[in-house]
Write a protein that binds this ligand. Structure first.
Ligand code: G1P
Length: 294
């Protein structure tokens, strides 16, 4: 199967952002700015860069600022143009052209699995990609982004693909963890998944990163997945059932992953992106001075 078979993506963004309170009390965590751009924009750009232009964003009722961010703001564009800031005006206009975005509401926080299931009418009977905004992945220099690498593996196998990263053992309990058989330098055939195990129970230190490509079989499985951990319908539980009936592959993608779901990870990503931005020299000097005081 080729990329034309997975032209749609789902972006669950209805979570309450409890790891980031009070910042997220009244604003979506996806809209928090990593240096000068909201986190969600990095991820939408990654998907669009891999050719996935039809994206369903699943939002909670208090997250309308996500819709506004990707909408035109003609007043702002005209204001900037009138002051000779054409380049900035163009940059602002382009945000509304990154992808074709569609929205639906998840009113009750019933879990990631429930959010993905809500996408079924939008996706239909086709493979599709799922993106989680906490995970921001900086592509390798001059390389394919993580989504493109996953699509390549999907095209090769026609099976579901999950992004993986090896983390230190202290961190495994914060993620879905997989077990499997290595079939290539960065590829494994997954045999088992477990959501947020204790360090002792974790089958490996290979953890799930928030990028998935699923065959539509996942929908049927989600419909029959009872509430699990935290009383929520867990996507990982449905993935375990999927492994039992279809091959599921894991890809240790190339690129730097930041888990921006908590303030410390978010700050690390912000610093790294700032070092790539226009003020990089100023930030670099500041960090050098700061490190002398630490
Ligand atoms: C979710 C998934 C988990 C995965 C993680 C990646 O957890 O349930 O399997 O490892 O995303 O960021 P959450 O961070 O929503 O608790």
């Amino acid at each position: 199967m080729s990329v034309s078979n997975i032209l749609k993506a789902v972006f669950p963004a209805a979570g309450l952002g409890t790891r980031f309170l009070p910042a997220t009390k009244n604003q979506p965590k996806e809209m928090l700015s990593l240096y000068d751009k909201p986190a969600i924009q990095y991820v939408i750009e990654e998907a669009a860069g891999a050719g996935l232009k039809d994206i369903l964003i699943i939002i909670a009722p208090n997250k309308r600022s996500i819709i506004d961010h990707f909408d035109r703001n003609e007043l702002l564009e005209k204001y900037l143009e009138a002051r000779g800031k054409e380049e900035l005006a163009k940059k602002i206009k382009k945000i509304s052209e990154i992808a074709r975005l569609h929205y639906t509401y998840q009113v009750d926080p019933l879990g990631l699995g429930h959010a993905v299931l809500m996408a079924e009418p939008f996706i239909g009977n086709s493979p599709f990609a799922v993106y989680l905004a906490d995970d921001i992945i900086d592509p390798p220099p001059s390389g394919k982004n993580a989504s493109q690498q996953m699509i390549d593996l999907f095209s090769e196998t026609g099976s579901s693909v999950i992004a993986l990263e090896a983390v230190s053992w202290e961190k495994v309990s914060g993620y879905g963890v997989v077990d499997g058989k290595k079939i290539g330098e960065r590829k494994i055939k997954i045999t088992n998944v477990v959501e947020k195990p204790s360090r002792e129970e974790a089958p490996s230190n290979l953890t799930i990163v928030g990028r998935y490509i699923f065959t539509p079989t996942i929908f049927e499985l989600l419909k029959n997945t009872p509430a699990g951990r935290n009383g929520e319908i867990q996507l990982t539980d449905a993935i375990q059932k999927l492994i039992e009936i279809e091959p599921v592959y894991g890809l240790e993608f190339e690129g730097r992953r930041f888990d921006t779901g908590d303030p410390a990870g978010f700050l690390e990503a912000t610093v790294e992106f700032a070092l790539k931005g226009e003020d990089s020299e100023r930030i670099r000097k500041y960090l050098i001075e700061l490190s002398k005081k630490l």
